[in-house]
Design a protein around this ligand. Sequence first.
Ligand code: NAP
Length: 297
Amino acid sequence: MFPQIGFLGLGKMGSGMAARLVEAGHNVIVWNRTRAKCDPLHELGATVATVPREIPARTEIIISMLYDDYSVEEVFNGPDGLLSVPVEGRLFIEMSTLRPEKAKAIARSCGEQGAEFIDVPVSGTVGPARSGKLMALVGGSESNLERARPILEDMTRRIVHAGPVGSGSLLKLVLNLPLAVYWQSLAEAIAMGHAGGLEIETMLNVINDSGGGLSALSHKISMIVENSENVAFDMKTMIKDSQNILAKGAEYDIPMPAMSVALDSYNADHSAGLGDADAVAIVRFLLESVGSSLLED
Ligand code: NAP
């Protein structure tokens, strides 16, 4: 039997990643704020903790896949948090998409208590999370990465060592910027073509088969065409990441007009009630706002 691994955060991504670890044979103890989301993992064979602080007492390696800086702060430093109990010698693998400064601050708190920390946000969405095909972007020491590697290998297709703590989080913001701007540009292109009489599906398939395609697009075409309610990466998460990207740009004095316009659009979609929709709803939203006749079908 493998030594026990802790896993906190069973949202859209974490539930698949934790299930993948259980199925790979790991002995996993899970925690989620909303307890009901632990049930499917329990059925697969995971143990369930009632509060985060139970986990360090039982495991040496603790993975978290939470939402944002605030949720990570709660789970690490809250009254029942991971760092409210002795954690010497533990390795924390923090996989949420955070501000690099937050990753560094949590790493410092861990270090003060004799624990190790790496930030490991991921590229890839719900499907790759479930099938172990994510790309891990690691910030931290070589020795901590080597300690984490056997577990990361069960969740990923590729592991990239970006640099010291915080670098994984910065690399994640770097790769999210072109993606965030891409969906905005796609929405504009589809609205223009449709206004001139082109079919949405034809345009998407042609873009996908051209230099304007993107691996992320191929998985989203049917969602856009069918106006599907499936959600992999939601609008509010796109807004969170876009805000963090713009804050980094401001810190480094880098103008980011494209990112700024894209964030305005995501905010408008959110205000229209699409916060929980997949971020590609930006395409339909622009079509609707310019009064597409096809959408009335
Ligand atoms: P999600 O479905 O919204 O899940 C968020 C998780 O964080 C849930 O387990 C939620 O618990 C927990 N959480 C939120 N606020 C909390 C708080 N204050 N205290 C404790 N727990 C809290 O998000 P997701 O799509 O899985 O994304 C997770 C992370 O991965 C995010 O940082 C996101 O940016 C990143 N990411 C997402 C994707 C994607 O395609 N979805 C891809 C790459 C990276 P509850 O269940 O109780 O709400």
